[in-house]
Design a protein around this ligand. Structure first.
Ligand code: PXG
Length: 460
C-alpha cells in the first residue's frame, strides 16, 4: 500500500484539477476533494483512513467488486503482447473481435453486431450518428428526431447531454442540439402518484405516441430510453410500459434504442434489462459493467436489420474513435464477463441478493421520512418525504433532502448517491447479505439523525 501526503494532494486538487460535474467554487471552499486511495471487495478507503461500504459500485459500474487480480493480469498480459492497435485501417485485434462475439451471444436475437467506444456518452454519440445515417441512406434524411424523456441520462457529450433530459445540464453548452424531443418520464412517485399502475403506464407511453404524431412520424428516427433511469433517481417504469413503447416504435417504424449503460451486465438480475422487460431493441448502448469500470470501454449492440442497410447502402461509416475496440480494455472486459459467468453473478442477483435487498429495504418502510422504497435486482431508491403517506417534499428545501441524507450516510460509513429528494443504491453484484444489512442499518440511522435538520429546513 502506498503512502500519500493527503493534505498536499487535496491542496493540489484545488490548484490544478477540475473534477467532473462539480461546482469549482464549492470544491475550493471545501479545500479539495475526498481522496480515495484504495478499495477491496465492496469497500472503498479514503486517504484519511475512513472505510466506506460502496453502495454505488463506484459510479454504477464496479459489478464484480474491487481487487480482482484476474483483471489486472488480463490487462498486463494484453499490454505486454499488444498494448494498442486501432480498428480504422481494416484492422482489428483478437480481444476486440472476441469481445464483439461474446456480446453478440449475450445480447441474442438480432443484436449480432457491436461497435466499440470508450464511454457511455461516446456510445450514444455513435447511436445518434448511426441511426441518422441509417435513415439517410434509405432516402429518408428527414428522419432526424430522437424522442427521449425528461430526466433521462444519456451522457455528457453534446449528443449525450442533448439526448438526456436533465434540464439543468442543457444551458451548459447551449443544448439540446436540434432534433431531440423530450416527453414525460414514467416516474410514478412524482408524475403518477396514486394513479393506477396500468393507467399510468398507458399515459406515459401515450406521451411518446402523441409526440410522434405532433412532429410527424416521417421525421422521427428513434426513441431512446434507459431501461431503468439511473442518474434520474432509479426510476423503475410501471408494468407494461416497455411493451407499449416497443409497440409504438413498431407501429411507426421507428428504431428503439435501449440504453443499458447502467442496467447491463446483471444489474437487474438479467444480462440486459431489455431481456427482463421482454422487449427487442434495435440498438443497445452499454458501458460501465462491461469492464466493471476497471478500464474505460463501451459498446453499441446493433441489429442485423440495421447492419444489412449499412452494408448494402451505407458506404463508409465515417465515425470512430482512436480507442474504438482498445485491445487492453477489450481483454479486461472479456475477463470480467468470464468472472460474471463463472461466479453466476447474474443468477445470484436474480435469485438471491436481489430479493434479499428488496426485503432488507422494507425495514425502512416505517421510517416517517420514507415515502417509497423501490428496487429491481441490485438497484434501488428511497424517496424522502415531509409527510408520510404523501409525496410532499420539504417545502423551501425541495431537492435537498437526498444530498443531506447522503452526507449523513457517508459520515456513517456508506457511500450512496443523493438525487433530489431520494437516495439511490447500486452496489457491486458480489455484495453479501451482511453488507446489505449494514447498508440498510446505516441508512436507517442516518435518516433518524437528519430528521431534525430536514424539519428545520421546512421552517426556513
Ligand atoms: N447512459 C447512461 C444510462 C448512464 O447512466 C451514460 C450513458 C454516459 O456514460 P459515460 O461513461 O459517458 O459517463 C451514463 C453515465 C450520476 C452519474 O450522477 C451517472 C452517470 C455518469 C456520471 C454520473 O449518477 N451515468
Amino acid at each position: 500500500m502506498r503512502n500519500y501526503d493527503i493534505p498536499e494532494l487535496r491542496k493540489l486538487d484545488v490548484e490544478h484539477h477540475l473534477p467532473a460535474q462539480a461546482n469549482y467554487g464549492e470544491i475550493q471552499a471545501l479545500g479539495g476533494s475526498r481522496i480515495i486511495t484504495r478499495a477491496e471487495g465492496c469497500t472503498i478507503y479514503d486517504g484519511d483512513g475512513n472505510a466506506l461500504l460502496d453502495g454505488m459500485a463506484g459510479l454504477w459500474c464496479v459489478n464484480v467488486g474491487y481487487g480482482r487480480d484476474e483483471l489486472v493480469q488480463a490487462a498486463a498480459q494484453q499490454m505486454t503482447e499488444l498494448p494498442f492497435y486501432n480498428t480504422f485501417f481494416k484492422t482489428a485485434t483478437p480481444p476486440t473481435v472476441m469481445l464483439a462475439t461474446k456480446l453478440a451471444g449475450l445480447l441474442g436475437g438480432k443484436l449480432q453486431h457491436v461497435f466499440f467506444n470508450s464511454s457511455g456518452s461516446e456510445a450514444n454519440d455513435t447511436v445518434m450518428r448511426m441511426v441518422r445515417h441509417y435513415w439517410s441512406v434509405q432516402g429518408q434524411p428527414n428522419r432526424q428526431i430522437f424522442i427521449s424523456r425528461w430526466n433521462a441520462y444519456h451522457g455528457s457529450t453534446m449528443a449525450g447531454a442533448s439526448l438526456g433530459g436533465m434540464k439543468h445540464m442543457h444551458p451548459i453548452g447551449g443544448l439540446p442540439i436540434p432534433g431531440v424531443e423530450h416527453v414525460m418520464q414514467p416516474y410514478a412517485f412524482n408524475e403518477g402518484f396514486g394513479e393506477n399502475e396500468d393507467e399510468f403506464a398507458a399515459r406515459a407511453a401515450q406521451a411518446i405516441e402523441d409526440r410522434i404524431q405532433k412532429v410527424g412520424p416521417e421525421n422521427v428516427a428513434a426513441f431512446i430510453g434507459e431501461v431503468v433511469q439511473g442518474a434520474g433517481g432509479v426510476i423503475i417504469p410501471p408494468r407494461g410500459y416497455w411493451k407499449r413503447v416497443e409497440q409504438i416504435c413498431r407501429k411507426y417504424g421507428i428504431l428503439l434504442v435501449v440504453d443499458e449503460v447502467i442496467t447491463g451486465f446483471g444489474r437487474l438480475g438479467s444480462w440486459f434489462g431489455f431481456q427482463h422487460f421482454g422487449i427487442q431493441p434495435d440498438l443497445v448502448p452499454m458501458a460501465k459493467g462491461l469492464s466493471s469500470g476497471y478500464l474505460p470501454i463501451s459498446a453499441v449492440g446493433v441489429s442485423t436489420d440495421v447492419v444489412k442497410v449499412l452494408r448494402e447502402k451505407g458506404g463508409e461509416f465515417v465515425h470512430g474513435y482512436t480507442y474504438s475496440g482498445h485491445p487492453v480494455s477489450a481483454a479486461v472486459a472479456l475477463k470480467n464477463l468470464e468472472i460474471i459467468e463463472r461466479e453466476g453473478l447474474v443468477q445470484r442477483v436474480h435469485d438471491d441478493v436481489g430479493p434479499y435487498f428488496a426485503n432488507a429495504l422494507k425495514r425502512l418502510n416505517d421510517d416517517p421520512l420514507v415515502g417509497e422504497i423501490r428496487s429491481l435486482g441490485l438497484i434501488g431508491a428511497v424517496e424522502i418525504v415531509a409527510k408520510k403517506g404523501t409525496n410532499e417534499r420539504f417545502t423551501g428545501a425541495e431537492g435537498k433532502a437526498g444530498p443531506i441524507v447522503r452526507d449523513a450516510c457517508i459520515r456513517n460509513g456508506l457511500m450512496v448517491r443523493g438525487i433530489r429528494d431520494s437516495i439511490v443504491m447500486c452496489p457491486p453484484l458480489i455484495i453479501t447479505h451482511a453488507e446489505i444489512d449494514r447498508m440498510i442499518e446505516i441508512i436507517a440511522k442516518s435518516l433518524r439523525e437528519v430528521e431534525p435538520t430536514l424539519r428545520a429546513l421546512k421552517a426556513e
